[in-house]
Write a protein that binds this ligand. Structure first.
Ligand code: GLU
Length: 450
């Protein structure tokens, strides 16, 4: 492992740059949290291939606190579905502090699952059965996200349970408005236990990476939640994860994130990475001062802002031309003239809907001429999702309606099984193993009989 050490070096450099930042205060309303080491600072990053990089105190254990909320929200969504969960808890930023006593005027629902009121309701939605008590389900879910068995810090749990009157008051208020489905004492107890689950920055980065990876833990390979649920959770993290600093965070850092009063902070780059930091001094919004500085700097330096499109335009289509200019073209005048009427488009990589649009546009660019032909070379395409396939099939059908012949170079059947292609494109699309064969056949077809 030498080359990838460069990633660790980048994290070490970030760690060194922000380790000296002072500012912020440790949370002390949960007395046990005030005993944490204010100098401990860890950063961890996990890629979509499950590669893990870290710097500083990334193996120091601390309690999840509010970082647990998105994962328990994921559990509730997986168990009950978005519509049922939304009957109990909303998805609007509250613009208020984590422990605000504010419920939606008409329904009495908490604003979202990231503020305490919403998180208490979310936890209460997890079924509590004799065979699988609610907290057992919560701990097992958090552990699957982390890819290892997590446990509870009993001291922090007791410390919060003995001082958590505000959360208890919130639970009673919710119960009085009919928006808490279970007994308030039980709901808050499970919630306090969930907040006291212990993990490291590395665990948190794996958990964030699992959300970024469509619900599949990239280290263990286990499907923890569905792709839909992962996207739903990331959406609420993006708009509500940083409490009353959520808008500013999305504007400047541009990543779904969640902070916790114990100093943990996670951020997810969808389909790219999971990131976590640990440092206990907090700013006024309850976010780790060093953590937010480090993640903010990383996002800026590496261009990770969600609203900056990471897809490189033009990287799908590698060739748009006519067959007469290919190096393999024969020199005869007549052959060249025929080949001028045969377009050639080559594509590469994984095709999604935006990539498919580029391919279709390129097919048009090779010539609108009726009675002409076009060869679509898909040999370098590694895959196509169902949306891309539907779009390509529909585009090829339109081409045929316009009187242009098409042939594909598709030895890997990237375009789907021939029956499906026939049904969707309304034709028996000729398929070839090599570009030259396809061009030759198209040139003959363009020449017509004789
Ligand atoms: N257990 C904490 C509470 O409910 C979590 C708050 C947070 O981490 O923001 O007060």
């Amino acid at each position: 492992m030498a080359a990838s050490e460069a990633v660790t070096d980048a994290l070490r450099e970030l760690h060194a740059r922000y380790a000296g930042v002072r500012g912020g205060r440790r949370a002390d309303y949960i007395p046990q949290l005030a005993r944490s080491d204010p100098d401990a600072f860890g950063i961890a990053l996990v890629s979509m291939d499950g590669h893990c990089y870290s710097a500083g105190a990334a193996d120091a254990a601390f309690t999840l606190q509010s970082v647990s909320k998105p994962f328990v929200y994921a559990l509730a969504l997986s168990t009950l579905g978005l519509d049922e969960v939304s009957r109990w808890v909303g998805a609007e930023p509250s613009g208020e502090a984590f422990n605000a006593i504010s419920l939606e005027p008409r329904t009495g629902r908490p604003a979202n699952a990231m503020v305490n009121a919403g998180a208490i309701v979310t936890t209460a939605l997890v079924p509590d059965r004799a065979a699988v008590p609610a907290f057992t389900a919560v701990l097992s879910c958090l552990s699957r996200f982390a890819g290892r068995r997590l446990d509870v810090d009993e001291d922090v749990y007791r410390s919060e349970a003995s001082t958590g009157d505000r959360n208890r008051a919130l639970a009673y208020l919710l119960r009085s408005t009919g928006t808490l489905p279970v007994d308030p004492v039980a709901a808050v107890d499970t919630y306090f236990r969930q907040c006291a689950v212990r993990a490291t920055a590395v665990d948190l980065a794996v958990m964030a990476a699992t959300l970024a990876h469509g619900g599949v833990n990239p280290v263990t390979g286990e499907t923890v939640v569905s792709t839909e649920v992962a996207a739903q959770v990331l959406s609420v993290m993006a708009t509500c994860g940083m409490y009353d600093a959520s808008g500013e965070w999305l504007l400047r850092v541009g990543l779904p994130a969640k902070s916790g009063v114990s100093g943990g902070l996670i951020a997810a780059g969808p389909a790219r990475f999971g990131l976590a930091t640990y440092s206990t001094p907090l700013d006024a919004a309850g976010t780790s001062v060093r953590g937010s500085a480090a993640i903010g700097a990383l996002s800026e330096r590496l261009g990770l802002h969600l609203m900056r499109n990471p897809a490189l335009p033009g990287s799908t289509v590698t060739l748009v031309t006519t067959a007469d200019v290919l190096p393999s073209a024969p020199s005869g005048r007549r052959e060249r003239a025929l080949r001028e009427r045969v377009g050639v488009v080559a594509a590469q990589g994984a095709l999604d809907c935006t990539a498919a649009e580029r391919v279709l546009y390129a097919l048009d660019e090779t010539g609108p001429e009726r009675a002409g032909a076009v060869v679509l070379d898909l040999r370098e395409v590694t895959g196509a999702d169902s949306v891309a396939l539907a779009l390509l099939h529909a585009g090829l059908a339109r081409l045929a309606q316009d009187g242009r012949r098409a042939a594909v170079v598709d030895p890997g059947d990237r375009l789907g099984p021939p029956d499906l292609v026939r049904e969707r494109t309304g034709q028996d699309l000729p398929r070839f193993g090599s570009r030259e064969e396809a061009v030759e056949r198209c040139a003959q077809a363009v020449a017509g009989p004789g």
